[in-house]
Design a protein around this ligand. Structure first.
Ligand SMILES: Nc1ncnc2c1ncn2[C@@H]1O[C@H](COP(=O)(O)OP(=O)(O)O)[C@@H](O)[C@H]1O
Ligand SMILES: [Mg+2]
Length: 323
């Protein structure tokens, strides 16, 4: 393990056992998160990003089940940890920011209460007043205007952008080592999105936390990430530093994703899209899952390629780059 590695995921598999069949939502994900970095996870809807991120702290509900794999957090396998030990890590050392801030907040409690409660849940000594004071301080840090008054507000009294700041305040309340943000700006207006991204980057700088940022927006990736893992149909197909990924994408799926985004610096001829759609996760294609959509598919592709390092820090799973 790299000395700066905070989290290492090895061959993680999460399946849903439904009447229609076994949904292989996450089917052999391997990736690592380094200390202090922002790692983006990108990929089309349904490729397993959310399920993967929840499985890291075993938050998968039936009919879903973590079938195999390892999730090493500072060298400790979270999949083997007793639930009691895991609870100390979840919400304290690893915290989550979800897509829809409305759902993450309880309408019956004030904004400040959510943060104070999170602080109290992981501290044996703090008193409520103390935790409330800290909560107001965190509101100030996440740039909530008039933090004393806002802490006393109920969720319905706050705008979407403000609610997401409260959720982020809750996520950073115990200065976690890893913040997992799952499409944190999808439900927000474009101008607010940029502010929230700026905020997440600022908090990373301040606390040296690592961030796993899940997004389908390549603009966000280019703007805020250090490294990127591209997911396709339940697997990571490419992992690289952000500049490297944008200048030298290796996987045909990544190439397709980048070609489907308008480049403001280039005269637009025609935006290309990747033909076909994400495969049915119950009945996955044999071999490389992208092969039915891949313009370069050839006879090797009926076998599943492994994720291998092609150059320093640049990994890809594609037979085009076989040694
Ligand atoms: N509770 C569930 N029951 C059955 N299938 C599920 C369930 N939750 C997620 N899935 C399936 O798992 C796959 C991955 O979902 P998800 O991780 O939410 O994708 P993403 O976040 O990349 O859009 C999808 O095919 C989805 O239909
Ligand atoms: Mg999702």
């Amino acid at each position: 393990m790299h000395s700066s590695t905070l989290l290492e995921v090895k061959d993680l598999r999460v399946y849903f056992y439904t009447y229609a069949g076994v949904v292989k939502a996450v089917d052999g994900v391997s990736l690592s998160v380094h200390r202090g970095e922002i790692l983006c996870i990108v990929g089309e809807t349904g490729c397993g990003k959310s399920v993967m991120s929840r499985a890291l702290t075993r938050m998968v509900k039936p009919p879903g089940r973590i079938v195999s794999g390892e999730v090493l957090f500072e060298g400790v396998d979270l999949l083997k940890l007793p639930e009691k030990e895991l609870r100390k890590i979840r919400g304290r050392e690893i915290s989550y920011v979800y897509q829809d801030p409305g759902n993450a907040l309880d309408p019956l409690y004030t904004a400040g209460f959510h943060v104070a409660e999170t602080i109290l849940a992981h501290s044996s000594s703090a008193k409520f007043n103390e935790a409330w004071g800290k909560a107001v301080g965190i509101f100030r840090e996440v740039l909530i205007p008039d933090p004393e008054a806002k802490a006393k507000s109920y969720p319905h009294e706050l705008s979407g952008g403000m609610k997401q700041r409260v959720v982020i305040a809750t996520a950073v309340a115990n200065t976690p080592k890893l913040i997992i943000a799952d499409e944190p700006t999808t439900a927000l207006d474009v101008t607010i999105q940029a502010q929230v991204m700026e905020l997440i980057r600022g908090l990373r700088d301040k606390y040296s936390s690592s961030v796993m940022l899940i997004t389908h927006n390549l603009g966000v990736v280019a703007e805020v990430c250090d490294r990127v893992a591209v997911m396709y149909a339940g697997k990571v197909v490419e992992e690289a530093f952000v500049e490297e990924l944008f200048t030298n994408p290796l996987h045909p799926y990544t190439q397709g994703l980048l070609e489907a985004v308008p480049n403001p610096l280039k005269k637009i001829e025609r935006l290309r899209s990747i033909h076909g759609s994400v495969p049915n996760m119950i009945d996955l294609p044999e071999g490389c899952r992208f092969s039915p959509r891949c313009p370069h598919a050839f006879q090797f592709c009926n076998k599943e390629p492994e994720l291998v390092e092609r150059s320093k820090g640049h990994l890809v799973s594609c037979w085009l780059y076989r040694r």
